[in-house]
Design a protein around this ligand. Structure first.
Ligand SMILES: C[S@@+](CC[C@H](N)C(=O)[O-])C[C@H]1O[C@@H](n2cnc3c(N)ncnc32)[C@H](O)[C@@H]1O
Length: 219
């Protein structure tokens, strides 16, 4: 590890990565995420219709109680925020600004996929427009599963936009349908999860950012 480069152990030690092509979890910019996310970005990464689609899905799934938002920022997109929302991400200023959060933690999931929470701590976990940045998604999904209560739901939502140099190469090399398959594969390889679903949550005829979601519940 030299000059701020993060250790990229993806695809090395866990046999569940064997089905992905070589280099799938590498990135154009392999340097530490701490550098890339050091300055706060008080922006939204998808348009207002896509943001509404995220909030509507969270409402439909009745995400209440104790909820964890991983790879979070200053916004979590809930229509009705849960009573207890922990947000985890890279930039302290963004996380501290999150008005829906009741607590926040700075944690680099690419350096250390282990979540700093007890087993069965959360009723649900969400990850919005960020799953494409994970270089060790299998370990992160394992950890989310561990931290969820039985029947707790894990929701991933994403669009067709990203920071291209920080997304894994496998994400950049495929399309919307491929992205849904990639995230579905993460659920298949971890868990056990039940009732795994994938949907386009914005109108297929809309001109704005599409919003896809894949979610499943801890068995
Ligand atoms: C595109 S933004 C999405 C933020 C937020 N979820 C939203 O819906 O607006 C990507 C987020 O992923 C987080 N992130 C990127 N790499 C990360 C890592 N290695 N560990 C934890 N969080 C990370 C960043 O802090 C950033 O807030």
């Amino acid at each position: 590890m030299t000059n701020g480069e993060s250790t990229d152990l993806s695809g090395v030690e866990d046999p569940r990565y064997a089905g992905f092509p070589p280099g799938f979890f590498k990135r154009v910019d392999p340097s530490s995420d701490q550098n890339f996310y050091s300055e706060p970005r008080m922006v939204t990464h998808i348009d207002s219709e896509a943001i509404s689609a995220v909030g509507e899905l969270y409402q439909e799934l009745q995400l209440t109680g104790k909820v964890l938002d991983i790879m979070s920022s200053w916004v979590s997109h809930f229509v009705d925020p849960p009573t207890d929302l922990t947000v985890l991400g890279m930039n302290e200023a963004e996380l501290a600004e999150n008005k829906q959060a009741t607590s926040w933690v700075r944690h680099d999931l690419n350096m250390n996929p282990k979540l700093p929470f007890e087993d069965g701590s959360f009723d649900s976990v969400v990850c919005c427009v960020s799953v494409d940045y994970l270089v060790r998604p299998i370990e992160v999904f394992d950890e989310v599963h561990r931290c969820l209560k039985t029947n707790g739901v894990f929701v991933n939502s994403f669009s067709n936009r990203c920071f291209p140099t920080k997304a894994i190469r496998g994400w950049g090399q495929t399309d919307d349908r491929g992205h849904v398959s990639i995230v579905g594969e993460y659920y298949r390889l971890t868990g056990p999860w039940v009732d795994v679903r994938a949907e386009l949550r914005t109108s297929s005829s809309a001109l704005g950012d599409p919003l896809f979601a894949v979610w499943g519940s801890k068995k």
